[in-house]
Design a protein around this ligand. Structure first.
Ligand SMILES: [Zn+2]
Length: 345
């Protein structure tokens, strides 16, 4: 626990009462979503799936067959009205649902193991994950109380054309402070954004060879954040990131260039994408779990089929106009369906 952000329950409630209704709803929704994601992530890990940080619970829950987290009630105080399955009084009542038979259990988190029979090790990871989320809510509240300002961390306004990550924008729109980890991520995104622009914009001095600059700029017309086709980085991302740079040849058991996915796996990718799964990593885990795809992995834990899945989506589905790449990093590639109605949102 980070002592800097510790609060008693009374202090927490008193700060919560100073927030607007909209801010309180946002924090409660975020906490519920985050708990659901933490729960699903640990349940999926139990079956060997490795899920990237950006995956949503909607995606991860496709990998689960039994318990999912569906919500909680905070009575404010320990209440005799709010009970665990075993009858114990609770302040927090957590709700889990069994996907197989639809059974919903309402319980105290300490009894998660005995009422659901989920493995003790997984339960302890879930509880630790929930503690981190509680701690993050404290962090927001303490910072709010202490008058946290974005301008203490960043030169405002943020540069033109820079897109603030969605979760961070949510906090800022409602006047809520950012978590330390969000500040770090925003700093990193800004650094990448600045690096991706022509150097002359930021470093007018110090270039002895302006002609080289012009050449450099002209030779890299696609060096922007949202290149989504004919990306010179693509083959590097997909095939080279997993291999040490010094290895001259591919290992013999990797047949590159790839023939691609089997037609049944292609159909499965198509099916899940149309159902709203955005993450190529999650799609790969679904193919392994539900469609007998090869489950061998790189040392980074990415499945070997991940580059094949990405390539199929990029070269076939994106080309068909079904979806488009919206973000990519060393962890994952995220896609978005192209709206058939043509709405921009
Ligand atoms: Zn109980």
């Amino acid at each position: 626990m980070n002592a800097v952000y510790s609060l008693t329950m009374e202090e927490r409630d008193s700060i919560l009462n100073q927030l607007s209704e909209e801010q309180r709803v946002f924090l409660a929704d975020t906490l519920k979503r985050s708990r659901r994601t933490v729960f699903a992530r640990h349940m999926a890990a139990r079956k060997g799936a490795r899920i990237p940080e950006t995956a949503t619970y909607e995606e991860i829950e496709h990998l689960l067959e039994d318990w999912i987290y569906v919500g909680y009630i905070d009575a404010g105080v320990r209440s005799t009205d709010l009970k665990c399955e075993c009858g114990a009084s609770l302040r927090y009542q957590h709700h889990v649902e069994n996907k197989k038979d639809g059974r919903v259990l309402k319980l105290g988190i300490k009894h998660l193991e005995e009422h659901t029979l989920i493995d003790a090790k997984i339960v302890s990871q879930i509880i630790k994950g929930f503690d981190v989320l509680d701690q993050e809510q404290f962090e927001i509240l303490v910072k709010y109380r202490d008058g946290w300002q974005l301008s203490d961390y960043f030169t405002l306004p943020l540069p033109d054309g820079f897109e603030v990550p969605k979760d961070i924008a949510g906090h800022l729109e409602l006047g809520l402070p950012l978590l330390d980890r969000q500040v770090a991520r925003l700093q990193e995104s800004l650094r990448k954004f600045r690096d991706s622009r022509p150097p002359s914009t930021f470093e007018p001095a110090g270039h002895a060879l302006p002609a080289m600059d012009a050449l450099h700029a002209a030779s890299q017309p696609t060096l922007s954040l949202n290149t989504d086709d004919d990306d010179p980085q693509l083959s590097f991302d997909l095939f080279d990131m997993e291999q040490p740079q010094t290895v001259p040849d591919r290992p013999a058991d990797h047949t590159y260039p790839v023939p691609g996915l089997s037609s049944s796996l292609q159909a499965a990718v198509r099916h899940y994408l149309l159902q709203g799964i955005r993450s190529a990593r999650v799609l790969s885990e679904l193919l392994i779990q539900h469609h007998h795809a090869d489950d061998s992995r790189y040392i980074t834990e990415k499945p070997h089929i991940y580059p094949l899945v990405s390539m199929y989506i990029d070269r076939i589905m994106a080309e068909e106009g079904i979806c488009r790449l919206v973000s990519r990093d060393h962890e994952d590639r995220l896609y978005e369906l192209t709206d058939p109605e043509g709405d921009s949102l």
